[in-house]
Design a protein around this ligand. Structure first.
Ligand SMILES: Cc1ncc(C[n+]2csc(CCOP(=O)(O)OP(=O)(O)O)c2C)c(N)n1
Ligand SMILES: [Mg+2]
Length: 459
C-alpha cells in the first residue's frame, strides 16, 4: 500500500488536494481602518477591544493549547511514487515541455552540486552548499513567478537561479571568484546575485533578506498602484525554518501584513538549522502557524512534490496581488539530505540510516521522473543524455572559470566611496610598493590587468 502520510519533522502529509490557503478571518472593513473607533455595544457577543476586534465572549475558562490542535495539512498532488493522489481533481496544469524543463533544471542543479561539493573537497573552491532533496522547492516555485518579480533568496535555492537563466558560466564565475563575478569575489561561494534576472545577492547573515523583501514589496505595491497598466509584480522571499527564529523574520512578516505588501514568503522547512533539529527549534506547528499568527494567508505544501509547489505558488501569487496586495506564507516541507555545507559533518548529530531512508523513500527528482515516465514523456535514454550533457556543461564552465583571471586588484577597495579617499590612495600606494619589492612572493598575473589593475579610479 502506498504511504500517504510522510512524517516531516512536526507535520503530517494528507491527501488534501485542494490548495487550501488558510485565510485570515474575514474582518469587517470598519475594523481594518487604521483610525476606526471601536466601542463596546451593549449586549454584543464579542469583544470590541481595539487589539482583538472579532473575539467572542466566553464564560468557559480554557487555555488555547497548540498541542491539542491538528497540524496544518500539507498539500500535495503526487504521492511518493509519482502517482496522482486524487484523480477527481483537475490534472496538473502543466505542459509536457514545461514538466521536462522543471525536471532538467532539478537534475542540472543536482549534477552541479555533486561536482562542486567534490571540488571543495579537492581544494578547488573554498566552500559549497548543496540543495539535495530541496531542488523541487526552488525550481517549482520559480516556475510560477514572473521573471520580473524580484527575488530575495537564502543560499539553498540554486534552482531559482537555474530556472531564471543563470548559466553554468555564471555559477562558476561566482564560485571561483573570477573577473566575471558581478560581486568581484567579495562574497563566499554560493552567494549568487543577478541584476539582470531581478535576483538580489544572497547574504550570509541569516534572515536579513526577509525585511528587505518586505520593504521591496512595499515599493512594488506603490509601483503596481502607480502603473496599473504595467505587469503587476510580487516579491518572492526564501528562507529556511532556522532563519525564521531570527527577529528579522517576525518584523518582516508583521510589517508586510500591516502594510498589505505583495510578498510571497517561502519557507523551506528541511528539519535542520545546521545541527539543530526542528524539534529543538520550536514547539509550535512549524512555521506555517506563525503566518496565521500574523494574519497572513498561509499554506503548507509537500516540498518534495514539485507540481504541488508550483500550483501553490501560482495561486499564492494571484492572492498576493488581490485587492492591492497582501503577503502569503508558503511553508514547503522537505528534508535536508546533505550536510549543511562543506564545513559540516552531519553524521555527528544525525543517524546515517535516517538520511539513507529519506534518499530512498522520497525525492523531488525521482518523484517527477516517475510521473513523467508513467506519462510516456521520459525514459532511460533521455535520462542518460540529460545527465551526460549536464555534467559536460558544468565541467566545461568549471575548467574555463578555473583558468580565468581574478578581478583587478583595485577591487579590494573600489565601490566603497564614490571618490577614492586620500587614505585609500595611500594604502594602494603601499600595496604597490610591497608587491614591487617582493615580486617572487606574489603572482599578480592571475589578477586582471596585473599591476595595472591596482589603479583606484573613479568609475
Ligand atoms: C545571524 C546568523 N546567525 C547564525 C548564522 C550561522 N548559520 C548559517 S546557516 C545556519 C542555519 C540556518 O538554517 P535554516 O534557515 O533552516 O536553513 P538551511 O541551512 O536548513 O537550509 C546558521 C545557524 C548566520 N549565518 N547568521
Ligand atoms: Mg533548515
Amino acid at each position: 500500500m502506498a504511504m500517504n502520510r510522510t512524517l516531516f519533522r512536526g507535520s503530517v502529509v494528507t491527501n488534501h488536494v485542494v490548495a487550501r490557503i488558510t485565510s485570515r478571518p474575514n474582518l469587517c472593513t470598519r475594523c481594518q481602518q487604521r483610525w476606526s473607533s471601536v466601542s463596546q455595544r451593549p449586549g454584543s457577543d464579542r469583544v470590541q477591544f481595539p487589539g482583538a476586534v472579532n473575539s467572542k465572549f466566553t464564560t468557559g475558562l480554557k487555555f488555547q493549547r497548540a498541542s491539542e490542535d491538528d497540524a496544518m495539512p500539507t498539500y500535495r498532488i503526487l504521492d511518493q511514487e509519482g502517482r496522482i493522489v486524487d484523480g477527481a481533481q483537475q490534472p496538473p496544469d502543466i505542459t509536457d515541455s514545461e514538466a521536462i524543463r522543471l525536471y532538467k533544471d532539478m537534475v542540472n542543479v543536482s549534477v552541479m552540486d555533486v561536482i562542486m561539493f567534490d571540488a571543495q573537497r579537492q581544494g578547488r573552491v573554498s566552500f559549497y552548499m548543496v540543495s539535495a532533496g530541496e531542488e523541487g522547492i526552488a525550481v517549482g516555485s520559480a516556475s510560477a513567478l514572473s521573471l520580473s518579480d524580484p527575488i530575495f533568496a537564502q543560499y539553498r535555492e540554486t534552482g531559482l537561479f537555474q530556472y531564471r537563466g543563470f548559466t553554468h558560466d555564471d555559477f562558476m564565475a561566482q564560485l571561483f571568484a573570477t573577473k566575471d563575478d558581478p560581486g568581484l569575489g567579495r562574497n563566499m561561494p554560493v552567494h549568487y546575485g543577478s541584476k539582470k534576472l531581478n535576483m538580489h545577492t544572497i547574504s550570509s547573515p541569516l534572515a536579513t533578506q526577509i525585511p528587505h523583501a518586505a520593504g521591496a514589496a512595499y515599493a512594488v505595491k506603490m509601483q503596481n498602484m502607480q502603473n496599473p497598466m504595467d505587469e503587476q509584480r510580487v516579491v518572492a522571499c526564501y528562507f529556511g525554518e532556522g532563519a525564521a527564529s531570527e527577529g528579522d523574520f517576525h518584523a518582516a512578516l508583521n510589517i508586510a501584513a500591516t502594510r498589505s505588501c505583495p510578498v510571497l514568503f517561502v519557507c523551506r522547512n528541511n528539519g535542520f538549522a545546521i545541527s539543530t533539529p526542528t524539534l529543538e527549534q520550536y514547539r509550535g506547528d512549524g512555521i506555517a502557524s506563525r503566518g496565521v499568527g500574523y494574519g497572513i494567508d498561509t499554506i503548507r505544501v509537500d516540498g518534495n512534490d514539485i507540481l504541488a509547489v508550483r500550483e501553490v505558488t501560482r495561486q499564492a501569487r494571484e492572492l498576493a496581488l488581490k485587492d492591492g496586495g497582501r503577503p502569503v506564507l508558503i511553508e514547503a516541507m522537505s528534508y535536508r539530505v546533505s550536510h549543511h555545507s562543506t564545513s559540516d559533518d552531519s553524521f555527528a548529530y544525525r543517524a546515517k540510516v535516517e538520511v539513507e531512508d529519506w534518499k530512498r523513500r522520497d525525492n523531488p527528482i525521482t518523484r517527477l521522473r516517475k510521473w513523467m515516465e508513467a506519462k510516456g514523456i521520459w525514459d532511460d535514454e533521455k535520462e542518460r543524455n540529460l545527465r551526460a550533457d549536464a555534467r559536460k556543461s558544468v565541467l566545461t564552465a568549471y575548467r574555463k572559470a578555473e583558468n580565468e583571471k581574478k578581478p583587478p586588484l583595485s577591487s579590494l577597495m573600489s565601490d566603497v566611496y564614490a571618490e577614492p579617499t586620500e587614505e585609500q590612495k595611500e594604502q594602494m600606494a603601499k600595496l604597490r610598493s610591497h608587491l614591487e619589492k617582493y615580486p617572487d612572493e606574489y603572482d599578480v598575473s592571475e589578477f586582471e590587468g596585473g599591476m595595472e589593475g591596482l589603479t583606484l579610479e573613479k568609475k
